[in-house]
Design a binder for this molecule. Structure first.
Ligand code: GLN
Length: 433
């Protein structure tokens, strides 16, 4: 008898020709799946084996043509992205609502899929989101090129466009020249789990949902703010500041780095940043961000801890999830009051920075993704460490019941409810004056 969960997806446009052109002059001819639409993007590769749904909805992949080095992608289909109401509701099951990458390239797309949570195939999902895919190409050859020459601008030409000549050099679209963060960041502040016992402001550069879940699941009340929000105007309401991941070149976000520079001077509460957030912290601290040759994208990146802090022990190697093109430059000496926290065990790039113990600050930035989704959970307790610091900070500072933003905490019934960890809800809040 046929497996009830084994569904075959139709391949309506398998016959459409498709070509990936690279600005460096090479072209790869294959077949299209997903949306029959030609696009431009920056061609990058990921070594992740699973979690294509999480990678493709990660806002940091915005504008990128994502080449999977794993030969077969799509085997377990795509789940519904509607968050169940009884869970930690940050609005989605995956990392954001839309598919964020510009296109995907897969050696052998799985037309048949099987998973108890799957509702559609990878191809149908891509078609529904107007995202094209290319299959039946040698992704090993593409990856070898990208490793040698670096991340390269590309054009995925589908259908009749596939027979046209490759674009001229000046026709390629370069996403690093745009402020992609502004496109994916929330436009208005909103709250999650307002009854949480510790108040965290999140600057949203394109936050993955699992970052928000990781804070909310640990009992935090989270206020998500636009990336360039004037946090300094409202900072006294919060016990900690978090800076999220985000797409594109961090140089596009100097506005946030300048504002953070002031925060670092005038505010001593805990600050934690991931990926783009880490780069912004570094830039505010006086470090330089540079573009790597091909970046690090995958779920198997080893990082060596150079310092101990919370759950992290110096001398240990942690396996991490990563998706970045830029990194902070290792410089000697580091700016005063700062030290390297992690270093990549493959390429020695800076994977984390922290404020020194004598600096009077508690600031951590990591280039990798402790929240995983997908990837290993080796460093997930960094969220617990951060919130423990914020809770300690809160005990130090008398609680201000007159602050309407914190009123929920003053209500014992709501406080108890927050401890049952079931009250994460998106609620719009008024923008601060
Ligand atoms: N995941 C991220 O936050 C990536 C940060 C930045 N866009 C980079 O590519 O380096």
């Amino acid at each position: 008898m046929a497996n009830a969960f084994f569904r075959a997806s139709l391949a309506p446009n398998t016959s459409l020709p498709a070509v990936l052109h690279l600005k460096s002059g090479q072209s790869f001819v294959g077949k299209s799946f997903g949306a029959p639409r030609s696009i431009y993007g920056e061609t990058v590769f990921s070594t992740s084996i699973t979690s294509y749904t999480e990678s493709m909805t990660d806002p940091s992949y915005r504008g990128q043509i994502l080449v999977f080095t794993t030969p077969m992608i799509g085997n377990y289909g795509v789940p519904s992205n509607n968050a169940p109401t009884d869970s930690w509701d940050v609005g989605v099951v995956l990392e954001s609502k839309p598919i964020q990458c510009a296109a995907v390239v897969v050696a052998d797309v799985a037309w048949k899929y099987s998973h108890y949570q799957a509702v559609e195939s990878l191809a149908a999902w891509c078609a529904r989101h107007n995202v094209p895919g290319l299959t039946a190409v040698d992704t090993r050859a593409i990856t070898t090129l990208l490793r040698d020459q670096g991340t390269t601008l590309g054009r995925l030409a589908i259908g009749s466009d596939a027979s046209l000549s490759p674009p001229k050099a000046e026709e390629y679209w370069d996403p690093s020249l745009e402020n992609l963060v502004d496109q994916v960041s929330t436009k208005e502040p909103y709250e999650l789990n307002p009854a949480g016992d510790v108040k965290i402001a999140v600057l949203d550069f394109g936050a993955k949902a699992n970052i928000l879940r990781s804070l909310v699941r640990r009992g935090a009340a989270v206020t998500v703010m636009p990336w360039n929000y004037d946090f300094n105007a409202v900072r006294d309401r919060y016990d900690g500041l978090f800076l999220s991941n985000g797409p594109g070149d961090p140089q596009q976000c100097w506005d946030a780095a300048h504002k953070l520079r002031r925060t670092l001077v005038e505010w001593t509460k805990p600050i934690f940043g991931i990926c783009m957030g880490h780069q912004i912290i570094g830039m505010a601290a006086g470090l330089e961000a540079y573009r790597m040759t091909f970046g690090n994208r995958g779920h198997n990146q080893p990082v060596l801890a150079l310092a101990s802090s919370g759950s992290i022990k110096a001398g240990r190697v942690y396996v991490t999830s990563q998706n970045h093109q830029y990194a902070l430059k290792l410089q000697d000496p580091f700016p005063e009051g700062w030290e390297p926290f992690f270093i990549n065990a493959n390429d020695s790039s800076v994977e984390g920075i922290k404020s020194t113990s004598g600096s009077g600050k508690r600031v951590w930035g990591v280039q990798f993704h402790p929240e995983s989704a997908g990837g290993p959970l080796d460093t997930i307790e960094m969220f617990t460490d951060f919130l423990a610091e914020c809770r300690a900070e809160k005990l130090k500072v008398p609680f201000k019941t007159q602050d309407p933003m914190c009123a929920a905490y003053a209500d014992p019934a709501l406080r108890k409810a927050s401890q049952t960890h079931t009250h994460a809800k998106q609620q719009p809040i008024a923008a601060a004056a």
